[in-house]
Design a protein around this ligand. Structure first.
Ligand code: C2E
Ligand code: CA
Ligand code: CA
Length: 740
């Protein structure tokens, strides 16, 4: 290793005046001064750089001081003979490989043998034919150079192998079975976690393989040997200190030896880092970064594999499509950050409801045993608030129903978001293979149909797919597409229901109620508003309504000297819009009306859901003069303290209480309480859905004078509203006191 490099070829000290010797440094040792001079002269002529020594001691001294490429050593020296010099030289690691040409007497066979014994590189019978001598020296130097290069490349290989954490090994296979000798390089030993100098048998090496992989590996080795095939496998190791490692083995059969054994040579490489990197990359590609669940790609891939297994083994499998209810609302009202937190928690709970297997171990050693399809079981995130649970093998629909119930139950507990309790439910559509679909796409589509059916039936439940459901779903889809077009085509219009002060019989305002004229029929809000809210269309629809109302108010101001307010129903998500105040300011300015002419009706429940998020918006609206009315009041169990924190101008008693006035005493009590409460809070109170004189009178008796309902007027087209307005103001009193 520490051998001096011969100064030959590249890297050597070259000078144009030098000949064959090329500046190689020679230590010439001889006690014959004449021979020494002649040889030295000849070598110098040939381009060598010569140092001379006349006895053994000074030769060793010169060798230890100088850096020589070769030594010419006379066998017979006065003090130590050449053999002894050579022997001592070789004992020194720096000179282990120094080329030494021993110069011996003529035909002295024993000394030739001795020369080799003591480690001489070559010998030459003493000669004055210097070309021969020079030829020998050159030959010897070239040999040394080759050896040094080999040494260097071996070193480099070893270094490269240890950098690549790779080593080599070889073994034999007799009759298709692993057989000794098993040879393994020090680098490979390191890879396997052994000391590089340890003696390791195949059996001992195999014990490093993880128990789960060991039998598979032996099977693979034997199988490759039988087929005389190359072997390539990733193997999990478990080291004595408990660490895990993944190594990759690549081996090729090299041919038969004389005994009929197949010789394999191969490389063993530590793949742990690479595998971890691959795992990380795979994780990024296959898992949802937010919830850590398998993503759409991964869960669909698993579903395909599970379906293959179900087909082959003739068992059932199930897909459950889980969609969180009203998640959009939560996201819109509480903000995306909290929406994300909620998704993470919901994902965690759903995941716990199945035997979720995160990591799939694929690869050569995976035992394809009968139950391995079970490992596909998982909950994945399809996107947004949609999850899918894959159950690769189930007995019956009841089993699935049980899991669906477990999921609904898991979600029932409140989720804490920023110190606030939130409730989330889910709608689950179930689809079974083979009954309701025999491709993943079909299963997913039908699970989706079932899920929508759950939504339509009031959410928070699970339903299996049945063929009848798909027509309903299609209708819904048609409706949604049509609604998109309705807005563009001007199929939407507003009716205005007057509200009156029943003591003066004056119109105090109106509520704009939306209708959809579709194929000659008027579709009522109940049949399209929920859909519009779910699809988000409600936002442009409400903007449209606000603009319509502003223009209508302007017209009535001019024609009827109308001084009331017109109310527009505000969906929850509108309030979250940061530009709502600007928008309203803009449209009222454009229409040329005061924002005081506008009222926004917010349902009690949607206001409760948004809590403090919309407070600032409401305050800004109020300072603009816009009135805020709480719609359907009494259905949402608002607390009084809570209401006083909001800039509200009006409560609208829900129709359901008004209609049971005089029928059930609890309604009387609720209405009385609401009226008292609004008095205390200095809020206006309006009763909606007043259909009879009796209801009107009870309300008047309880102290509520402002009313809206069929008893006075239905929602009216603008011309009818104008007619009604004229009639009321011509003959204000009396009319409402009969039940006609
Ligand atoms: P709402 O805000 O509670 O509106 C009052 C509903 O009660 C209206 O139904 C109205 O026609 C009806 N009504 C009025 N007087 C009586 C009565 O004496 N008896 C009975 N039984 N009903 C009466 P409509 O127009 O079908 O609207 C239903 C719901 O649809 C509304 O309830 C509101 O929540 C929603 N909606 C209507 N128009 C819009 C709109 O432009 N935007 C939004 N976001 N929602 C709207
Ligand atoms: Ca309303
Ligand atoms: Ca209402």
């Amino acid at each position: 290793m520490g051998a001096p490099e011969p100064r030959l070829g590249a890297g050597g000290v070259e000078s144009p005046s030098l000949g064959a010797g090329q500046g190689a440094r020679i230590l010439l040792v001889d006690d014959d001064p004449v021979y020494l001079t002649l040889t030295s002269h000849a070598l110098t002529q040939a381009g060598f750089v010569v140092t001379t020594a006349a006895d053994g001691q000074s030769a060793l001294g010169a060798a230890s001081r100088g850096d020589f490429d070769a030594m010419l050593l006379d066998a017979l020296l006065p003090d130590l003979d050449g053999f002894e010099v050579c022997r001592r030289l070789r004992g020194h690691p720096a000179h282990e490989h120094l080329p030494v040409l021993m110069i011996t007497g003529r035909d002295d066979d024993p000394s030739i043998a001795r020369a080799y014994d003591v480690g001489a590189t070559d010998f030459l019978v003493k000669t004055t034919q210097f070309t021969l001598l020079i030829g020998r020296v050159q030959y010897m130097l070239r040999g040394a150079q080759t050896r040094a290069e080999l040494e260097r490349s071996k070193e480099r290989l070893a270094r490269a192998q240890s950098l690549a954490r790779m080593g080599s090994c070889s073994w034999r296979a007799v009759d298709g079975r692993l057989s000794a000798p098993f040879v393994i390089s020090p680098e490979a030993l390191t890879v396997l976690g052994f000391d590089p100098s340890a003696r390791v048998t195949a059996r001992r090496a195999l014990r490093r393989v993880m128990a789960a992989d060991r039998r598979g590996l032996i099977r693979l080795l034997n199988q490759a040997a039988r087929q005389q095939a190359p072997l390539s496998a990733d193997i999990g190791l478990s080291l004595p200190d408990g660490r895990r490692r993944v190594v990759h083995v690549d081996a090729e059969p090299e041919g038969m030896d004389a005994l009929g054994a197949l010789q394999y040579t191969g490389v063993i490489q530590d793949f742990t880092d690479r595998r971890q990197a691959e795992d990380r990359i795979r994780h990024l590609a296959d898992f949802d970064p937010l919830t850590g669940l398998p993503n759409r790609r991964q869960i669909l891939w698993r579903a395909e594999r599970a379906l293959d297994a179900a087909r082959a083994q003739q068992h059932r499998m199930a897909l459950l499509l889980v969609d969180l209810d009203r998640f959009k609302l939560i996201n819109d009202t509480l903000g995306h950050g909290m929406g994300d937190d909620l998704l993470v928690e919901a994902a965690r709970r759903l995941r716990d409801c199945v035997r979720h297997v995160d990591q799939l171990h694929e690869g050569a050693l995976q035992d394809a045993h009968a139950r391995s399809h079970r490992q596909y079981e998982a909950v994945g995130r399809l996107g947004g608030d949609e999850f899918v649970a894959l159950l690769p093998e189930i007995g019956s629909l009841d089993d699935v129903q049980r899991i669906a119930e477990r999921m609904l139950e898991a979600l029932r507990k409140p989720i804490m978001l920023d110190g606030q309790e939130c409730f989330v439910t889910a709608s689950i559509g179930v689809c079974l293979y083979p009954e309701e679909g025999d491709s993943v796409a079909d299963l997913l589509r039908n699970a989706d149909v079932a899920m929508y059916a759950v939504k339509a039936q009031g959410r928070n439940a699970a339903l299996p797919f049945t063929p009848g459901l798909s027509t309903q779903a299609r209708e819904r889809l048609n409706l949604e597409t049509a609604l998109h077009k309705a807005l563009e085509r001007g199929e939407l219009f507003l009716r205005y229901q007057p509200s009156l002060d029943s003591t003066t019989s004056r119109i105090v305002g109106a509520e704009a109620l939306m209708r959809w004229r579709r194929d000659e029929h008027d579709i009522m809000p109940a049949d399209f508003i929920p859909l519009a809210e779910e699809s988000g269309l409600i936002v442009p629809m409400t903007e449209w309504a606000l603009k319509q109302v502003a223009a209508q108010v302007k017209r009535w101001e001019q024609r009827l000297a109308f001084a009331g307010t017109v109310a527009v129903n505000m969906p929850a998500r509108m309030l979250r819009r940061l530009d709502l105040v600007d928008f309203i300011e803009g449209i009222t300015y454009e229409a040329g009306i005061s924002p005081r002419r506008l009222k926004l009706e917010i349902t009690e429940t949607s206001l409760m859901d948004q809590v403090d998020q919309v407070l600032e918006t409401l305050q800004q609206l109020r300072s603009l003069g816009v009135k805020i009315s709480i719609d359907d009041f009494g259905t949402g169990y608002s607390s009084l303290a809570y209401l006083t924190r909001h800039p509200i101008s009006e409560l609208k008693i829900d129709r359901s209480f008004v209609q049971r006035l005089g029928v059930d005493s609890r309604s009387n009590a609720v209405v009385a309480a609401v009226i008292a409460m609004s008095r205390a809070l200095d809020l206006r109170v309006v009763a909606e859905g007043v259909e009879t004189r009796r209801q009107m009178e009870i309300l008047q008796f309880l102290g509520c004078t402002q009313m809206q309902g069929y008893h006075f007027a239905h929602p009216l087209d603008p011309p009818d509203f104008e007619g009604f307005h004229a009639a009321v103001h011509r003959r204000p009193m009396g009319k409402w006191n009969s039940d006609a």
